[in-house]
Design a protein around this ligand. Sequence first.
Ligand SMILES: Nc1nc2c(ncn2[C@@H]2O[C@H](COP(=O)(O)OP(=O)(O)OP(=O)(O)O)[C@@H](O)[C@H]2O)c(=O)[nH]1
Ligand SMILES: [Mg+2]
Length: 329
Amino acid sequence: LAGVVEAVLSGDRLVLSRLITEVENISEPGKTALDELFPKTGRAYLVGVTGAPGTGKSSLVNRLTQVLRRERNLKIAIVAVDPSSPFTGGAILGDRVRMRDLTGDPGVFIRSMATRGELGGLARATSGVVQVLDAAGYDLIIIETVGAGQSEVDIARLAHTTLVVEAPGMGDDIQAIKAGILEIADILVINKADLPGVESAERALKSNLEMGYPGTINGKVGHRTVKQQKADERAGWVPPVLKTIALSESGFSELIAAIFEHKEFLETSGLHAQRDRERLEIEFENTLRDKLVSDWKLQVSPAEIMKVKDQLYLRKLSPSQAVEKLSKK
Ligand SMILES: Nc1nc2c(ncn2[C@@H]2O[C@H](COP(=O)(O)OP(=O)(O)OP(=O)(O)O)[C@@H](O)[C@H]2O)c(=O)[nH]1
Ligand SMILES: [Mg+2]
């Protein structure tokens, strides 16, 4: 294992790929490696890219990386997360084709996350993978997720700067508003700005921002921690609405400027450090909960649990009485 950690730190991409697989599977060697790499983490800047399917997220990430590689001396890692299991095979293939321009660049590392049944597990696995890439010395880590629900919000919480990508073409019917993901945006991007309907998409996004940002969007109350974070940030940051065409380079210098402006804002306001602590606290709490549950399960026999569960099904014990009863053993 010592060899693995050293190889990763020295930039061995093959070893890095293998280690990521271990971490993705939350295996024992993966966990041990994460422990060893942990002191080297906390340096990378994380950019989340989310939005409805087909808005051009992968194309945008591809173009953004290309332009950044040309204009700034940064090592970039891309993590594509796709929790929609039946399509993952295709999505990965599609992303590979789209990101083909980047392969061969030693300063770019691309990884598609394998699907797992449990959404909480995906967020956790992604967090581990990002930590490995961070330790491996990638300056910028871009995380692409399809914006659909809580798991995307959890993954977006990993990022320092979150882009929500929208595309014109549906009049005022903005996908991001429907999905309730607008509130996690630090930067709003209308991609496919070459298509008709850009102005009305822009109008809809801006009026939505003014109306309720970042509280309730279409009656949906966002995740509390995100909301609080965003409320703090609102004091000094209003998400800009930008337009890009990922098929060309149109809008990308503005997008890059906005990302680095937001980074600067987080750093000078102290929010960067605060978010970092919050992320570590969440990780600590989750790990603590997992450990307490597994320790508890070791102390109670499965037969005992079954017996109590039978009483639970018959409604002779409430869930809390059932836990109470088992804990007294
Ligand atoms: N006209 C136009 N088409 C674009 C633009 N950006 C992306 N596309 C096209 O939109 C389609 C979807 O692009 P993707 O990059 O796969 O979109 P995505 O959001 O990553 O899709 P999923 O990962 O499946 O949610 C592709 O056919 C792209 O070529 C753009 O700026 N203008
Ligand atoms: Mg994609």
